[in-house]
Design a protein around this ligand. Structure first.
Ligand code: NAP
Ligand code: 4JX
Length: 292
């Protein structure tokens, strides 16, 4: 009890105060004006809505996905909406060489990079796990490994601009989720990788923010088709969801929660994890790995 009073309560207070004040910073759409932004998985759904918001805010955008025809339409709508510039590069994120070269191409098209929004996923059915290890491999490669490859390729440009990496994840990347085991694994992997890298950047004073976005069910055409008759709950609107992701990235927040239930950020915020991360970091001799 005395331990709780002396240590745990003050630490909890500090964390709560930190979150209260960091959440109160104001977002202004002008923050994105003239910024150079990549959006993956932008031929439809949340990715396309993010491209449209960014266009209205006057950003430069490069979008990617596999369907060239859909991307052409997204680019022309972005130009109509007010984008400073808009380009597309079509290709599949199953191919890591494409993922790497895409970032370089996008950087050339925009003359640098301020924000990398990683959003694409491979097609995901709702199904019990079976002996299809190929689906698990493809899911890990497209949903996780290509994100790693792209963030590595983008890092030199992001360091130069003090930019941001935004990773679109899911409640399925925080809690057990039946019928989407491989998808859930890929989203947990994103949390593990990008949360660890965030700590490294903060110790090494790399001024590149990493925002992981934890989304509940969103009303995209894909999601509504896949969950039809299997999962009955309210889906949140993709337009607002897209805006919340951009806001979180622009404000350099560590995490964004967007769900129909206001309880979700409270239940998944996990102060215990943050406290453990803080204390464990004190035990590492990170100095050995930092170039001065
Ligand atoms: P969506 O509408 O199905 O869009 C997926 C995008 O990824 C499309 O642009 C698709 O375009 C692209 N894509 C698919 N396979 C690809 C591949 N092999 N290589 C490159 N691009 C590929 O998805 P969404 O519902 O908007 O979801 C977007 C993000 O939000 C995902 O990260 C998802 O996990 C997350 N999320 C969604 C929900 C939800 O309920 N919708 C909930 C939580 C989290 P092409 O087919 O043209 O390639
Ligand atoms: C069913 C359900 C219920 C997700 C987050 C989620 C994705 C998955 C599975 C959606 C797009 C899709 C196909 C809840 N959540 C979710 N799903 N919370 O990330 N779902 C479906 C639906 C990939 O492509 C509460």
């Amino acid at each position: 009890m005395a331990f709780m009073k002396k240590y745990l309560l003050p630490i909890l207070g500090i964390f709560l105060a930190y979150y209260y004040y960091s959440a109160n910073e104001e977002f202004r759409p002008e923050m994105l004006r003239g910024k150079r932004v990549i959006v993956t998985g932008a031929s439809k759904g949340i990715g396309r809505e993010m491209a449209y918001h960014l266009a209205r805010m006057g950003a430069h955008v490069v979008v990617t996905a596999r369907s060239e025809e859909a991307l052409k339409k997204v680019v022309s709508s972005c130009l109509e909406l007010g984008a400073s510039s808009a380009h597309y590069v079509a290709g599949t994120m199953e191919n890591m060489t494409f993922a790497e070269q895409f970032v370089a191409k996008a950087g050339k098209l925009m003359g640098g990079l301020d924000m990398l929004i990683l959003n694409h996923i491979t097609n995901t059915p709702l199904t019990l796990i079976c002996n299809d290890a190929h689906l698990v491999r493809r899911t890990m490669e497209v949903n996780f490994l290509s994100y790693v490859v792209m963030s590595m390729a983008a890092l030199p440009m992001l360091k130069q601009s003090n930019g941001s990496i935004v990773v679109v994840s899911s409640i399925a990347g925080k809690v057990a989720s039946p019928l989407v085991a491989a998808y859930s694994a890929s989203k947990f992997a994103l949390d593990g990788f990008f949360s660890s890298v965030r700590v490294e950047y903060s110790v090494a004073k790399v001024n590149v923010s990493i925002t992981v976005c934890i989304l509940g069910l969103i009303d995209t055409d894909t999601a509504m088709t896949v969950v039809d008759g299997v999962f009955n709950a309210k889906a949140s609107p993709k337009e607002e969801c897209a805006l919340e992701i951009i806001k979180g990235g622009a404000l350099r927040q560590n995490e964004v929660y967007y769900d129909s239930s206001a309880l979700t950020p409270l239940l998944l915020g996990n102060p215990g994890r943050k406290i453990m991360e803080f204390f464990l970091l004190q035990k590492y001799n990170m100095e050995r790995f930092i170039n001065h």
